[in-house]
Design a protein around this ligand. Structure first.
Ligand code: GCU
Length: 662
């Protein structure tokens, strides 16, 4: 329980969250840097709460022991007998996991007797990617799609001298089992390309801040680095000079950071360089880097987010949703065993509602990681309170082959033909005093990490776990109110924004606020095709782009048929008349009116409920959330009025309840 700088919010590790552990007599047995971290935590907790660290295990009522007999690198066994709670763990990382498990359980783990329980992560890779840049972009800011201030890693074009915040962040992440962090933006600019070389000393220091918490660091690299950094004439993956350049660069990284994780790569995507320039495919590209990393045990996370971002809106045959599957499915079986294909959860781009990407079902012989977005690019940008636990849970539990098949999480956790790839997400943290801009967005970071550990966990239970840790001494009204605001907030946001899976409708560029036709005539491939008769994208095999055919049964047929397609995704898969009747019994037009009025109204209820907590939570936190909820109310009403007006003007269908349309 090391301390958090006074001006930074302690998130889910305030001193009071350690009370149950801190009042005990604790014995920690084992060696190594991670055991030392656990011991330091226990020492600080007991110093704060009146317990003691004891040398004699017989005198302890909480025993934390490294025990090589426990199987599984990160596994621990916890139980309580004869008034002693014991955690036995395979190694240092597992011991730290076990300690934090006890902290989360509090008096439950330290009260009455409990049989031994074994805990181990379902996903061996639980990763957060930072889209941090070393310099500040005039439009995007320092963190691409960052809504919590600048980077905690970099300032003035280099790694920060003072890494106190990074150490605190590493501690928070380690406490919930994150074990990998990507240090820089997937769009790799000139300065950041040199993290591999000129700034390697900074990477060494960042790795040093994460290491005591069991977290390995990764770098996003540019496919063109042999040219831009190395001065070679090309970066063709089959060119021996290029191969030698990467081998040499990687060897230097490992000499400096022996536990370096590997690379994250965005290639041939939104202007990033890649193998296509040389007539090579993405297996050639990924394997180039994989072979350089292989001798050191490193991994390449190669992103599948590849599509044509120079599309002609008049071209109805190209469908961005198809792109990842079209590019990657034919390459199944060609990737080296230290390549992980990192697939966004949906076929488009982190929308509020998308079907699960069919790529996840198409690559049985490829290691796959699922990529989620904790930073709320399209889900309110940490100005709106939108807790995404239920979205991620739904995705991770989704069964692409129907009821009896594996879940998305099962695919990520690996099989006999393809070892685990894991679960990855884009981080939502910056140098903001509350870490995440909106203090309640801390719940997203927490829930992501806990779901990555166990994708079958009930997200609502995780929400309450987070509330209990974050507001340990608050009256019950605080927990009830925060629960009331966040549980259901994903649906609320969906209700007042783009309807029925159609997506986008955001202002181009920054992606905040409504602009129904903002992307309609752009090259980005994100269209809704609304006219006076109807709306939606025909992605059927029968009459549309054929995207439904990328799914295995039963979904290829469920989505194909407008009568079986779920309402939530109707406009993702079908173009229908405004008068089309949903399974819910109302027309598409009426659905837009009803959901938008209901969603906007709920934001007002939330803001009023929070107002009543004045004096029950710290004043600065209360003020920040108040300001954000007010903006959410404003934004939701703007969305409501724009969507309802748009639908009325296009369809001519009046709202059956006669509410105001502009
Ligand atoms: C989105 C986002 C970009 C990001 C990209 C990616 O398109 O708007 O900022 O670079 O996703 O995931 O690579």
């Amino acid at each position: 329980m090391t301390s958090t700088p006074a001006d930074v919010h302690p998130a889910w590790l305030p001193s009071a969250a350690w009370r149950a552990v801190g009042v005990r007599r604790v014995h920690v047995r084992g060696d190594g840097p991670l055991v030392a971290t656990a011991r330091d935590e226990v020492r600080a907790a007991t110093a704060a709460h009146g317990g003691t660290v004891v040398d004699d295990p017989a005198a302890a009522d909480l025993l934390l022991t490294v025990d090589p007999a426990v199987e599984g690198d990160e596994a621990f066994v916890v139980g309580r007998r004869d008034r002693v709670t014991s955690v036995r763990a395979a190694g240092g990382a597992a011991l730290l996991h076990g300690l934090h498990h006890v902290v989360r359980q509090g008096d439950d783990a330290l009260g009455s007797d409990r049989a031994d329980e074994r805990h181990a992560p379902v996903q061996p890779v639980r990763m957060l990617d930072h889209w941090d840049n070393m310099t500040v972009h005039p439009v995007m800011g320092q963190v691409e799609r960052g809504y919590a201030g600048g980077s905690i890693f970099y300032a003035d074009g280099r790694v920060r001298d003072d890494l106190t915040r990074v150490e605190q962040y590493a501690r928070l992440l380690g406490s919930v089992g994150i074990n990998a962090v990507g240090l820089n933006n997937v769009n790799v600019h000139v300065t950041e390309a040199r993290l591999l070389t000129d700034h390697l000393d900074g990477v060494v220091r960042l790795a040093g801040a994460f290491r005591p918490h069991g977290i390995r660091v990764y770098l996003s690299v540019s496919f063109a680095a042999p040219m831009t950094v190395g001065g070679l004439p090309a970066s063709d993956p089959l060119d021996p000079d290029v191969q030698a350049w990467w081998a040499d660069a990687v060897a230097r990284v490992y000499a400096a950071v022996p536990d370096f994780g590997g690379f994250v790569v965005k290639a041939d995507s939104e202007g990033q360089p890649g193998p296509f320039a040389y007539g090579r495919d993405h297996a050639d590209g990924a394997n180039l880097l994989a072979r350089a990393l292989k001798p050191f045990g490193g991994t390449v996370f190669w992103r599948a987010f590849v599509y044509d971002h120079h599309q002609d809106w008049r071209d109805r045959s190209t469908d961005r949703a198809r792109a990842a599957h079209d590019h990657f499915a034919p390459l199944d079986g060609r990737f080296d065993d230290n390549v992980v294909l990192q697939v966004k959860y949906g076929p488009m781009d982190f929308q509020t509602r998308e079907p699960v990407s069919p790529v996840i079902a198409a690559m049985a012989r490829t290691r796959l990681a699922v990529e989620l977005q904790v930073t709320q690019e399209y889900t309110g940008q940490q100005r709106h309170a939108v807790w995404l636990g239920p979205q991620w849970s739904e995705i991770l539990r989704f069964r692409l082959w129907g009821d009896t098949g594996p879940t998305v999480a099962d695919v990520a956790a690996g099989s006999a033909d393809a070892p685990a790839g894991g679960v990855v997400a884009v981080s939502n943290v910056g140098d903001d005093e509350f870490w995440t801009g909106h203090p309640l967005a801390q719940a997203n970071l927490y829930t992501f990490a806990r779901l990555a550990w166990d994708p079958s966990a009930d997200p609502v239970a995780l929400l309450d776990e987070w509330i209990g840790l974050t507001f340990p001494d608050a009256p019950p009204s605080v927990g009830d109110t925060v629960h009331g605001i966040l549980d259901g907030s994903w649906r609320t946001y969906e209700d007042y924004t783009a309807p029925l899976g159609v997506g986008f409708m955001v202002r181009p560029g920054h992606h905040y606020g409504p602009d129904v036709d903002g992307y309609e005539y752009t090259p980005w491939g994100t269209y809704h095709f609304a006219d006076r008769d109807g709306i939606g994208v025909d992605r059927t095999r029968a009459t549309g782009t054929g995207f439904t055919g990328q799914y295995p049964a039963p979904w290829r047929d469920v989505y194909e048929d407008v009568t079986t397609c779920p309402d939530d995704l109707l406009l993702f898969f079908h173009h229908v008349p405004w008068s089309h009747e949903l399974h819910s019994g109302v027309s598409v037009a009426q659905h837009v009116y009803d959901t938008h009025w209901a969603g906007a109204a709920r934001t007002e209820v939330n803001a009023a409920a929070w107002e009543r907590l004045a004096g029950q939570v710290p004043a600065d936190l209360h003020a920040r959330v108040t300001e954000r909820l007010a903006e959410q109310v404003r934004g939701a009403h703007e969305w409501r009025d724009q969507l309802c007006t748009y639908v009325y003007r296009h369809s001519g269908i009046p709202d059956a309840r006669g509410r105001r349309i502009y």
